[in-house]
Unconditional design. Structure first.
Length: 215
């Protein structure tokens, strides 16, 4: 085992860090101390092995952690996004109005109902038509011939009126189906326009959000 007084000098000799005075004192000691010579040889051997081992493994790249920079969206990007959103909104509204103007309701020439009729107007028309049919039915009952020469019994009149009522009910059901179809078509067009408006508003909201980058 090396002498404690010369242990630091042995390490300094290994790395060539001795001054001339300490180097001469260590050389004189090594000439008479076998243990220190053995320790110096072992240290030199260990250092050589470490050098060889370092060459076998690549040095890992140095990683420098940088603090994240705050996101700052340039003003021109915000302005461009807002302008694009407004263009999309205008295009959507214009397309909706154009399609609405170009659409021709089914049977519009034979029925007074328009595409944008409301439920109150439909109910009023139904009540008006029902009153007209009831008036015609009552007029037919009053104007029915009561002469015995006609040879018509009350059962015959009831059967005739029953057939007339069935025919009227059939026409009433057909008109009701048409009115329901007109209401459904009007609601579908309204929902389509609302969907286009909501989509355009969503684009405007995204363009106004500074966290969304311009694409």
């Amino acid at each position: 085992m090396a002498c404690e007084a010369y242990r630091d000098l042995l390490v300094a000799r290994l790395y060539d860090e001795l001054d001339p005075a300490d180097a001469g004192r260590l050389d004189a000691h090594l000439e008479r101390c076998t243990a220190c010579r053995d320790d110096l040889a072992q240290l030199a051997f260990a250092r050589e092995q470490l050098r060889r081992a370092e060459s076998l493994f690549p040095v890992s790249p140095r990683v420098v952690l940088l603090s994240p920079r705050p996101f700052r969206r340039p003003i021109w990007a915000f302005a461009a996004g807002f302008a694009c959103a407004m263009i999309v909104l205008a295009a959507g509204l214009g397309a909706g109005w154009t399609l609405r103007d170009r659409e021709t309701p089914v049977g519009a020439g034979s029925n007074p109902l328009a595409a944008g009729v409301t439920r109150a107007e439909v109910e009023g028309l139904l009540r008006q038509q029902e009153a007209t049919l009831d008036h015609r039915l009552e007029a037919a009952r009053i104007s029915a011939p009561a002469s015995p020469a006609a040879a018509l019994t009350r059962e015959d009149l009831d059967a005739a009126f029953s057939r007339l009522e069935k025919k009227i009910e059939g026409r009433r059901a057909a008109d009701m189906g048409y009115l329901l179809d007109a209401i459904s078509a009007s609601e579908l067009r309204s929902n389509t326009r609302l969907g286009q408006t909501r989509e355009a508003l969503r684009y405007v909201a995204l363009a106004s959000d500074p966290r969304v980058s311009a694409q």
